[in-house]
Design a protein around this ligand. Structure first.
Ligand code: SF4
Length: 555
């Protein structure tokens, strides 16, 4: 039997089909037989070398064998009960496992929870993983995510596989990858929101996970999508920030780029707005330009901010448009109306939903740490009194949604029985701390312990009547974003006689959203045991001298 020749119509179809395959090559297809570096990575590295640049060791490691293809190395080491050496640790982070030695002889696993929204059965499964394979607790992070700690070497792959079993594969949660997408935690239940971000976050999350080229970045990358709801998402601290707005052309997301507050920069305006239907395509194009243009010779200047500083925003957007094959939509400021700002500390307490008769409860966690019993208990509360939905926030706390009004008293009592609360003082509601030196080698101080001590000290001495955010971060990586806090504390070693003690550089006046401002250093090197008095003095000064309604931010 011979092949029949294709008709002109069939040939035209095949030409289009193959053009589509070529266009998507490296995005849905593995590059090369049996995988290999994504095409975009190879091209960006080749361009760097052609310009005479020397790739940093992390880039050389990716070039030798792409980290996504090195799961076998990770499992082989685990079978021998060994933790990775530094460059292998970098590779392992593509699979969500971080070796946190020498602070702890253990792995940390960072999850990937799109928009921070979980089902009760997932939280219960996480509790079992924490119990069987980790330290018996989970930490809520400042990206509305969870981290498991104290994972022995042999259990690392098991944690990753068990998370994959429940639809939470932690791929790309560390190293040079796109981190957990943050979004409005009240999406779909918020009377104030303009756009329910859940379908978009889901689509973008899967696009990232299934697009091999997007594991070719020169450095980490953060994306946030705010729907205009009542809970602050801190979207302007992200590399890509999309915020829902009303415009003369209908609902859109306002695009800002290059936020990195650890480097003292908020995302900058672009004049571009994006429709819901275009979010994935625009994000993809931005990421591909970053992959091509990001610095692969110096880790310190490899983030998107530095590409924008070098090229300027218009030149960068021009390349994005080239990738898209069409112009971006631009609107003047007077054609855009922003929604009311989120309530400061709106993530705490009981709030009515847009669904009549239903409420969400903002539960305060002790600096993000939840024991196995509390994880199980919260899943049970969500299932018994709500719809079985748990929503993590960037404030290291969580919401239980869809609770009928008549069930609120019982739900609150069940939360209290877990040792948790829906109430917090104006100081504790915005108290955030990174992992600190109990679990992170970069930390100068024990941030979580000092944060708890600071809150106890202050609450005994002063009744603050307006929300004040206090963020403690252990090092300049600024995971707890000290620059955008009303009171921002950056870990520092402090001389005391011949010794060095733990302490902090004290910053004030930072803020996000309508209060956007980078905090300023007012007192360096305050020892941890003098912190209470120093902060108390600031708060008393503000309360004594403020004019009516003046927030701490303006002080
Ligand atoms: Fe570790 Fe520094 Fe991040 Fe704190 S801010 S968790 S010390 S890297």
């Amino acid at each position: 039997m011979t092949d029949a020749p294709f008709s002109a119509e069939q040939q035209e179809y095949l030409k289009g089909f193959m053009a589509g395959v070529e266009a998507r090559r490296g995005s849905i297809l593995p590059a090369g037989e049996g995988g290999g570096p994504p095409d975009a990575l190879r091209a960006a590295q080749d361009a760097t070398i052609a310009r005479g640049g020397k790739l940093v060791p992390q880039e050389e490691a990716k070039r030798a064998r792409h980290p996504l293809d090195r799961w076998d190395e990770l499992t082989a080491r685990a079978a021998d009960g060994k933790f990775p050496k530094p460059i292998d640790d970098f590779i392992g982070r593509y699979h969500g496992l971080f070796f946190v030695g020498p602070t702890q002889d253990a792995f940390m696993c960072r999850l990937r929870i799109p928009g921070g929204i979980l089902a009760a059965h997932q939280l219960e499964a996480i509790a079992r993983i924490a119990e069987d394979c980790a330290g018996g607790y989970a930490d809520v992070t400042t990206r509305a995510n969870l981290q498991l700690r104290e994972i022995p070497a042999a259990k690392g792959p098991e944690v990753v596989m068990r998370l994959g079993d429940i639809g939470l594969l932690p791929r790309g949660t560390g190293a040079d990858n796109i981190r957990n997408i943050t979004a409005s935690p009240t999406a779909g239940i918020d009377a104030q929101e303009l756009i329910d971000t859940r379908p978009l976050v889901r689509a973008l999350h899967h696009h990232i996970l299934h697009t091999r080229d997007l594991f070719a970045l020169p450095r980490k990358f953060n994306i946030s999508i705010a729907g205009g709801g009542a809970v602050e998402v801190l979207q302007e601290t992200n590399d890509i920030s999309l915020s829902a707005v009303e415009t003369v052309a209908g609902l859109r997301f306002r695009l800002t780029l290059g936020g990195i507050t650890g480097h003292r920069d908020f995302a900058r305006g672009t004049g571009v707005v994006v429709t819901e239907a275009d979010v994935v395509a625009v994000c993809d194009a931005i990421l591909r330009v970053f992959i091509a243009e990001g610095d692969r010779t110096d880790r310190k200047t490899a983030r998107l901010k530095y590409v924008l500083d070098r090229m300027g925003i218009e030149a960068f957007l021009g390349l994005v448009e080239q990738r898209l094959g069409r112009p971006l939509e631009r609107l003047a400021e007077d054609a855009i109306r922003t929604p009311p700002p989120p309530a400061k500390h709106g993530h705490v307490g009981v709030h009515a939903q847009k669904q009549t008769g239903l409420f969400y409860i903002g539960v305060v966690t002790p600096l993000g740490r939840l024991t196995v019993a509390q994880l199980d208990g919260l899943a049970a509360v969500a299932r018994r009194f709500g719809s079985g939905t748990i929503r993590l926030t960037v404030w290291q706390n969580l919401l239980i949604s869809d609770v009928p009004e008549e069930r609120l008293p019982d739900a609150l009592a069940a939360i209290a029985a877990l040792g948790l609360t829906h109430e917090a003082s104006a100081l504790r509601g915005g108290l955030v701390a990174c992992t600190g030196n109990a679990g992170c080698k970069f930390a100068a101080s024990n941030t979580k312990r000092h944060a708890a001590q600071l809150a106890d000290f202050l609450e005994e001495r002063i009744a603050v009547d307006m929300p004040v955010n206090i963020h403690l971060t252990g090092c300049h990586h600024s995971c707890a974003q000290h620059y955008i806090a009303d009171i921002g504390l950056l870990g520092a070693k402090v001389e005391r006689g011949d010794d060095l003690v733990e302490g902090y550089d004290l910053h004030v006046g930072g803020g996000a959203g309508p209060e956007q401002r980078i905090g300023r250093l007012i007192r360096p090197k305050v020892a941890h045991d003098e912190l209470g008095q120093a902060v108390l003095g600031l708060l008393r000064g503000w309360m004594a001298s403020r004019s009516a309604g003046e927030t701490f931010h303006l002080f």
